[in-house]
Design a protein around this ligand. Sequence first.
Ligand code: ATP
Ligand code: MG
Length: 409
Amino acid sequence: MKYSKLFGKTIKDVSSEETSINAKLLTRGGFIRREIAGVYNFLPLGLKVIEKIEKIVREEMNSADSQELLMPALQNKESWIVTGRWDTFDVLFKLRSQTGSEYPLGPSHEEVLVPLVKQFVSSYRDLPLSLYQIQTKFRDELRAKSGILRGREFIMKDLYSFHADEKDFDKYYKRMMEAYSNVFRRVGLDAILTEASGGAFSEFSHEYQVITESGEDEIIYCSGGDFAQNTEIAKVKEGKECDLGHGPLKKVKTIEVGNIFPLATKFSDAFGLVYQDENGKSNPIIMGCYGIGITRLMGTVVEVHNDEKGIVWPDSIAPYKVHLVNIGNVKYAEKAYEDLVNAGIEVLWDDRDVSAGEKFADADLIGIPTRIVVSDKLGEGTIEVKSRKEKDSHTETLEAFLDTASIRG
Ligand code: ATP
Ligand code: MG
């Protein structure tokens, strides 16, 4: 991609309404643009990052034998009356049509999926079943001040599992925990599996929490990795010695990037979702629910991986792998661009007629993992290579770079 042609460029100043690090850096870098409070446009660069996160999430959910589907945002009010959530779900957006009918704008999809599953599942032979989607959610959040961390419109991966008994549910719940660890590790986040209260449905839930100063949540945890609880429920105090001898427990601010919890038979009971067992006896279906905030994940990565110059994308979700900068000589750059593209490397080439300083500053702000410079001084076929994470650069031939490009990823 040539930067001169890319829709959405870097800007120097962002609106004073953007106070969070993620919104400031993503806006300045040309990834997002605010529409209204809690609602954002994702520009081509931003969409690339989202697509990479979604690909990783899809791979992990598919490998846990879940099937992808797509459900509507505009939902059925009657189903929300059935579960009682029409009047109790505090952040539910309610729409009124021309004819006066009311519709919930989906903040979650139990009310759509359970009646849908009921149309196809009736026997023990149909279980277990796991279904997920990556879809736009709407929540009438009061605190929409954290950029894309808390949107009123946002993208979520929500997965729902259906089981014949508790034992089967427990087994799948553990499998999902593994899938979740894989997702967060692959996008470059160190997410702490944290015990939390179950809210409306059960005694407990598990949250995946990432430590950052800007987090809205707070957890007490052991750095040895054997204990973490959300402070909303935690009975222990900061400073208590870890039972396994890892030293005192710490209290830190965090962002919740994912949440998994048992639904038990709450929704199956509401909609009469049952299955016949081998003896022809009717039993309620046990459910679990598993969410990941895709756009929140993107914002969290930016909150964690940045420096005074801009974003530092992990390789796995960077919009491009290489940021090509030419100082002067367009001919060398054209050749390098072609060679890189032909080698299957995703390249953003800053082909604008602006100063080297401006190009370098923008490359640092955008945060692509590897910067390559070509210039008259370096001569044909030689490039300067710099990792966004490191201070120093080195020179090598373009050929040598291409030879090892697959290793670099
Ligand atoms: P929170 O406690 O942050 O309000 P939640 O517990 O209500 O979130 P869930 O309903 O479990 O969230 O949603 C699953 C995931 O979706 C969350 O773990 C989070 O990553 C993401 N998410 C929830 N609300 C938002 C939002 N308003 N904007 C962006 N992502 C969100
Ligand atoms: Mg929560």
